[in-house]
Design a binder for this molecule. Structure first.
Ligand SMILES: Nc1ncnc2c1ncn2[C@@H]1O[C@H](COP(=O)(O)OP(=O)(O)OP(=O)(O)O)[C@@H](O)[C@H]1O
Ligand SMILES: [Mg+2]
Length: 299
């Protein structure tokens, strides 16, 4: 049934999709240290939309809350191994993969031990690059690897940033949104300087957009003013169906494909694919030219 539902994506599906667009897969970390801005929702639904157009996709749940695992219907009983084991080097990548209800989409789930990883990693060698080392070969088997990170800039998120080719930032249009963004920009800048010089900004996606709220459009104006076309044209609207889907263990694309939230994620996937196809990657060095203090003053 779910496979049938996904097949109906065709009318609006990203048209420039093909899985074979590049020999190597791309690792994208979904990051924002602010909680509840739509990181997990974006990871799950962007992954689903990419898989729906024949990409092989992997979601890595790097958050001890395990929301991406829950939202993709992985019950606790199936989470015997996961990201924690990868970080500790206790398991090979292939053994950590679990199939989801979405054809072509696999996940490395979060297990309860992941909350202890922060402390355990402190004493280990190369503590910031352990996820990257573990995911190294994933780029051969997957077109896209999406890492869902926790709402903090600690060692787990650092591992995500070091492992990734690029960062996708979900940004909720609310008061002080740019303030948080300036902190993230500084962190990405440091990570790029010290650990991962190739790190790029994949894009910024505005989430939970409320057309009735004037603040949404004001924040949008500021963010687009600063970051230009790094900000996706697609805006994810606030939509109750999106918030209902995780409790059914399904991406909203399977829960209610026709709703505006699901369609926005299909559009977002289309933009992600188009940018990559046209090699319109946003080199991080252009972002480094932006002064975080300037962003702050704009508040
Ligand atoms: N477009 C949307 N419309 C309505 N609700 C949404 C939307 N996007 C996300 N939500 C809801 O908002 C809450 C936070 O979203 P989500 O879990 O994706 O954020 P997060 O950034 O991953 O949070 P955390 O920082 O805790 O990991 C969830 O209950 C989710 O279902
Ligand atoms: Mg989350």
């Amino acid at each position: 049934m779910e496979e049938e539902k996904l097949d109906t994506l065709s009318p609006t599906q990203p048209s420039s999709a093909p899985a074979s667009q590049s020999a190597e897969g791309r690792i994208i970390v979904i990051a924002n240290q602010k909680g509840g801005v739509g990181k997990t929702t974006t990871a799950i639904n962007l992954a689903t939309a990419l898989a729906a157009v024949d990409n092989k996709v992997l979601v890595v749940d790097l958050d001890p809350q395990g929301n991406a695992s829950t939202g993709l219907g992985i019950e606790t009983a199936r989470r015997t191994t996961g990201t924690y084991d990868l970080l500790l080097g206790a398991i090979e990548l292939e053994r950590a993969l679990i199939e989801t209800c979405v054809p072509g989409l696999e996940i490395i789930p979060s297990t309860i031990d992941l909350s202890a990883a922060e402390l355990e990693l402190v004493d280990l060698a190369n503590r910031e690059s352990r996820l990257g080392a573990a995911l190294n070969c994933a780029k051969k088997s997957f077109n896209y690897v999406l890492i869902d990170s926790p709402p903090a800039l600690g060692i787990l998120t650092l591992n995500g940033l070091v492992a990734a080719d690029s960062v996708l930032v979900p940004l909720q249009c609310e008061f002080l949104a740019l303030e948080g963004l300036s902190q993230l920009v500084r962190t990405i800048d440091r990570v790029s300087d010290r650990f991962n010089p190739g790190l790029q900004l994949e894009g910024i996606v505005l989430t939970m957009y409320d057309v009735r709220n004037k603040l949404s459009s004001l924040v949008e104006e500021d963010v687009r003013g600063f970051f230009g076309d790094t900000v996706y044209e697609t805006v994810i609207p606030r939509n109750v169906r999106v918030s209902e889907a995780p409790s059914h263990g399904k991406p909203v694309l399977l829960y209610d494909l026709a709703c505006v939230g699901a369609q926005a994620y299909v559009e977002l996937a289309s933009e992600v694919l188009r940018r990559r196809l046209h090699k319109k990657d946003f080199d991080y060095t252009t972002l480094a030219g932006i002064n975080p203090m300037e962003i702050r003053e704009k508040q």
